[in-house]
Write a protein that binds this ligand. Structure first.
Ligand code: OAD
Length: 246
């Protein structure tokens, strides 16, 4: 492991433009379930009943019950060493863009300042009628909650079949196309368009470093694969990177 860590740290220390892509695996050690693992959400729930605009139209209360359950869980979890290490990477300076598929806000809580949340944020809600958006952290007494205009409120997250937020997506593409290294942490790499980011970066000559407990759809193009828990591997990588800078 030390050898591959060293190789990865060397690649990072030479990088002039680093893009980081994270997925549910980075929050697993904080106690947040992933989607596709053994205990993942999609083992027990059907996406089409919960994470689609049709599901919300059909049964907004059911969809909100699921999001309320997730919000309640997230309210008590903390970032883990992987989130903190990534926040420190940003503070180390240089050109870093953090793209996350997570909606949990844990990167920001760990101190990351610029986070491109391509799937939205579970703490932000929007009105389906007047489109007003606001951050609401409390749990709602009545489900589904309603806007002052009378319209239904929904979580401001991206559901299957929906467009990703335009500005966030174009900023992400800019980073993916211009990075010389992409660090991919804790994603299965099967949900588009994020799944294609490492491929696009690689095609343009970037090196790809993957941190994951398992082999994924990205592993075959990774220049360096770091197998292990994000909460252990990412801080170790940061330490080695810092050593190679001094
Ligand atoms: P997945 O649940 O598909 O994948 C989680 C990945 O994290 C897997 O590859 C695991 O092997 C890995 N993993 C688990 N624990 C880990 C740990 N402690 N350290 C390192 N890796 C670990 O989650 P995503 O790839 O994020 O979208 O899923 C992408 C999207 O699918 C989500 O954003 C969500 C979901 O449906 C929407 O809801 C739109």
């Amino acid at each position: 492991m030390t050898d591959v860590l060293e190789t990865a740290a060397q690649i990072l220390s030479r990088s002039k433009a680093l893009a980081i892509l994270t997925g549910a695996g980075i929050s697993a050690e904080s106690g947040v379930p992933t989607f596709r693992g053994k205990d993942g959400y999609w083992q027990n729930y059907r996406t089409e009943e919960l994470a689609t605009p049709q599901a919300f139209q059909r049964n907004p209360t059911l969809v909100w019950e699921w999001y309320s359950m997730r919000r309640n869980l997230l309210a008590s979890v903390r970032p883990n060493p992987a989130h903190y290490a990534i926040a420190e990477m940003e503070r180390l300076g240089g050109n870093l863009t953090l793209i996350t598929q997570n909606v949990d806000g844990l990167h920001q809580l760990a101190g990351s300042k610029r986070v491109l949340e391509i799937h939205g944020n579970i703490w932000r809600i929007k009105c389906v009628r007047c489109n007003r958006k606001e951050e609401r952290r409390e749990s709602f007494e009545e489900l589904p909650p309603r806007c002052v205009c009378g319209g239904l409120l929904r979580p401001d997250v991206v559901w299957f079949g929906e467009m990703l937020p335009k500005d966030v997506l174009s900023e992400s593409y800019r980073a993916v196309e211009s990075c010389d290294v992409m660090l991919v942490v804790g994603t299965s790499g099967v949900v588009q368009p994020a799944a294609s980011f490492p491929y696009m970066a690689k095609e343009r000559g970037a090196r790809v470093i993957e941190v994951n407990m398992e082999r994924t759809a990205i592993s075959s193009i990774a220049d360096v694969t770091l197998r292990g828990k994000a909460g252990e591997v990412v801080p170790a990588l940061l330490e080695m990177w810092k050593q190679s800078l001094s």
